[in-house]
Design a protein around this ligand. Structure first.
Ligand SMILES: [Zn+2]
Length: 831
């Protein structure tokens, strides 16, 4: 291979990802896993799987390619899945994207693949690729795909989707179209030449589509033509790993917990089909005609012999006996001119040296949060768990801390601990996900100015200690990220990322404050110190017409972690208005306007981010009737809090509370999103709920999906749950029945009430409803048939049954005035 820009550092994303998942407990591989890794040294093939979302990927294929074929196996998910639904908690949009990013990283840790993303934002359901490409910025996303290809240099690219309507979601179709374009563009030096400062052009051998059975319309015809596709049995069993690829795939897929994708392991033969799309057409196998051995690297001819010797000599009971063989292999690798494979394989060998020595390297900070300019002390621990001679020569870092020589032998199983004192640089960046620097609320494309960050799944650790060790006379360098760890009485040892925070951060209690008339209300701001000795003042930044008393208030916080609450009385202007307010803490002439956000789940590392400390204030005219609401949660949503904001008393109902005497006191009972999908007890409570309606109550049922419904009939009269949706948030809305009380009582609904909606109008609308139901509004996505079933309702006994696919769970927490007015009318029906 010829270098175009000799002397320039080549970024290799595949190597940069080594530190991903740095806030995870260390995991020492067993001898059989080490042998498995040794076998991988001989394989120089690369596969890139290409799709749109976290969870699109075929984890079985990835597990098979990475572990059976032992190729470098990558998954490029164009988006982070921000537009999905969250089955495990309240996080939406960018925060859900952060969760799903980590779920993908966890999945890859299990199946052996490596993960990349583009800057494309998952903006929600998209009906066609044209819309998708427009919102994303086609050229930018294409550039990112080309960047990932040029970095990873795949021999083949495999798409999950076909580039047509069979792919369903517009993001899916677009991903297949972009894969084809990127396949050509990556090898063309005229395309995205700015990347060639860092990478070379790369032309993969072929592109294939991993046919999904969901895309097959005529099954018989498919089976008849099956021989025209490339077939691959990914159902094999790997004795070194003690699992079949189907079992590994299920564990990997089950990491998509926010999407409810827990999977059951498959065992036995499992054939996947591939259709040739582009490049060099193979007759029988995916990697046909591709040299995946060391013969593809100039000067690599001695390496297979060295690997063979290493393999033969590997002793399961004494893995460290392989150190001399690994070192001689390493010396040979250092001679290579090919920068790509040299980097990939050196990385593997250096990790193997660490593995066979049982080398434990860990750097733990005293606390999890530090601020720029703050002193930090880190405890570095190194243990050589082998009989081999190892010494720590020098350490470098964290931050700008310079080389210091240590020269201490690491005697067998004797921990060496070094306490390192340094200071966080005053200009150190705070720990904000690199793709969310402009806060949150993105539409199409995340803004990332640094080319070298594009593609990366997550931030690199803010602090790293570089250690130089001497092993068998050779000098080896290892990077040890600084983490925080603690003992949790239930979970045991818990690792957390090291976080760099602003010195103070503020928080308001709500994301949205509703002012349903002209009267003032209290807004509290909590200010927290992230270091000792914080003194300053807090104020609210308000738009014109709004007033707060006091205008500003002083705070004194002596200790890191201390906080103070400051109450402001805020008066809205006359007339309807939606605006944004911000909480500002001022210290030493500097304004701090960030909040601390934490995402914590057991299946992913803790995520910390710093969104702008702001809230939406909505002044609206809202008349309400009724006061007591019973809420039966489904998958989880923030509608109860949103209703409390406008003065309702909301009681969250447990299964045992769904009894006639309890329900009786409520003006309305509301079912949370996907209640009939997730709340098993409802199957036995349906009669009680309908009797409640009969007796004069209003039952409002929010959307459910049509798969895995607990009941066949959800209402007193028949209707079906369809997959129909209106995914454009400002799709025109037509009023069907202007006389309906839903549009008049107590709030008069006009077309203005459908302005300013977020994300979508609604989803999983009902279809084929009984004629006793009445409809209210109709809406349609551009180019689609109008849907009249956004809200259907029927009088039943003395009360009302209401089913609505309108995405109230998005509109109400976002403070959309018209949605509030309409929803309140549903609660007030017949009152
Ligand atoms: Zn998808």
């Amino acid at each position: 291979m010829k270098l175009k820009f000799p002397g320039i550092r080549y970024a290799c994303l595949c190597v940069l990802t080594v530190l991903s998942g740095w806030a995870m407990p260390p995991r020492q591989p067993s001898s059989s896993e080490i042998l498995h890794k040794i076998e991988k040294l001989n394989i120089l093939g690369t596969v890139l799987y290409f799709a749109a979302h976290p969870d699109d990927e075929n984890t079985g294929f990835i597990a098979y390619m990475a572990n059976e074929e032992k190729y470098q196996t990558y998954y490029l998910s164009l988006t982070r899945g921000d537009g999905g639904q969250n089955l495990i908690g309240p996080e939406m949009r960018e925060l859900l994207g952060m969760i799903r990013t980590q779920e993908l990283l966890q999945a890859r840790r299990i199946d052996g693949g490596k993960q990349f993303f583009s800057r494309a934002n998952d903006f929600g359901y998209s009906k066609n690729p044209d819309e998708t490409m427009k919102v994303w910025d086609r050229e930018a996303v294409l550039a990112d795909a080309v960047w990932v290809i040029r970095n990873t240099r795949p021999d083949i690219i495999v798409t999950r989707f076909p580039p047509d309507e069979r792919a369903g979601h517009g993001h899916h179709t677009a991903s297949a179209m972009l894969a084809e374009e990127a396949f050509d563009a990556a090898g063309d030096p005229r395309r995205f030449p700015e990347q060639l400062k860092y990478v070379e052009v790369w032309k993969p051998k072929r592109l294939l589509w991993n046919i999904g059975m969901w895309a097959v319309r005529n099954r018989e015809e498919f089976i008849r033509n099956a021989r025209s596709y490339i077939q691959l049995d990914i159902g094999k069993y790997n004795p070194l790993l003690g699992a079949s690829y189907g079992e590994i795939a299920a564990r990997s897929r089950s990491m998509h917990k926010s999407q409810g994708f827990g999977a059951v392991g498959r065992r036995g033969v499992d054939v996947e089909y591939f259709q040739f799309v582009k490049g060099d057409k193979p007759a029988n196998s995916l990697m046909e005609g591709i040299d995946t051995g060391w013969s593809r690297v100039k000067g690599g001819d001695k390496i297979p012999g060295l690997i063979e010797k290493l393999k033969k000599g590997f002793d399961m009971a004494n893995p460290a006996g392989s150190v001399p063989d690994l070192l001689s292999l390493r010396r040979e690798l250092l001679q290579l001119k090919d920068p790509h494979w040299k980097k990939v394989k050196l990385e593997e060998v250096d990790q193997l040296l660490r593995d066979v020595l049982g080398l434990y390297l860990e750097a733990v900070a005293e606390s999890s949060v530090y601020t720029p300019g703050e002193p930090i002390s880190v405890s570095l621990e190194a243990i050589n768990r082998s009989e081999r001679e190892v010494a720590v020569i020098s350490i470098n870092g964290p931050f700008a801390r310079k080389d210091s020589s240590v020269n201490r032998p690491l005697l067998t199983n004797e921990p060496v601990r070094l306490e390192i004192q340094t200071v966080v640089p005053p200009r150190q960046e705070i720990s904000q996900p690199y793709w969310l620097t402009r806060d949150i609320g993105y539409e199409g494309l995340f803004e990332v100015s640094d080319q070298l960050k594009i593609g990366r799944p997550e931030n690199e650790p803010p602090a790293v200690i570089r250690m130089q060790l001497r092993v068998g006379g050779e000098l080896l360098n290892y990077e040890v990220p600084v983490v925080y760890k603690k003992r949790d009485p239930v979970r045991g040892e818990v690792y957390e990322p090291l976080v760099i925070s602003p010195p103070v951060y503020t928080a308001m209690g709500n994301d949205v404050y509703m002012f349903k008339d002209g009267s003032a209300r209290k807004i509290s701001v909590t200010v927290t110190a992230a270091r000792d000795n914080c003194r300053g003042q807090v104020r609210l930044k308000l738009p014109a017409g709004w007033n707060a008393t006091p205008a500003a208030e002083k705070f004194t916080l002596d200790r890191k972690g201390d906080n103070a609450r400051i109450d402001f009385l805020v008066t809205p202007p006359q007339g309807d208005m939606t605006a944004e307010i911000a909480a500002i803490a001022e210290m030493g002439g500097v304004e701090y306007d960030r909040e601390l956000g934490i995402i914590a789940y057991d299946h992913i590392p803790k995520q910390v981010y710093f969104p702008a400390s702001k809230a939406k204030v909505v002044r609206l005219d809202l008349k309400t009737r009724g006061r007591e609401i019973g809420y039966i949660h489904g998958a989880g949503d923030a509608v109860p809090q949103a209703l409390q904001e406008v003065g309702y008393q909301v009681t969250i109902l447990e299964d045992k509370d769904i009894e006639p005497l309890v329900l009786k006191r409520f003006d309305a009972v509301i079912l949370g999103v996907r209640a009939y999908n997730t709340r098993t007890a409802l199957a036995g409570k349906q009669k009680i709920l309908l009797d409640y309606v009969k007796g004069g109550g209003n039952l409002i049922v929010q959307y459910n999906t049509n798969s895995e419904l607990l009941l066949r009939e959800l209402g007193p009269y028949a209707f079906e749950v369809s997959r129909d949706r209106v995914s454009v948030e400002d799709a025109p809305v037509r009023i069907l029945n202007p006389e309906s009380p839903v549009l008049n009582m107590p709030n008069k609904i006009t077309s203005r009430d459908f302005d300013g909606w977020v994300q979508e109008r609604g989803l999983y609308f009902p279809a084929n409803w009984d004629k006793r139901y009445e409809t209210v509004i109709s809406s349609a996505d551009p180019g689609s048939a109008p849907l009249d079933g956004g809200i259907i309702y029927a009088k039943y006994g003395d009360g009302y049954y209401i089913y609505s696919g309108i995405s109230w769970f998005r509109q109400l927490p976002a403070g959309v005035p018209g949605a509030y007015r309409l929803f309140v009318n549903l609660i007030s029906l017949g009152k």
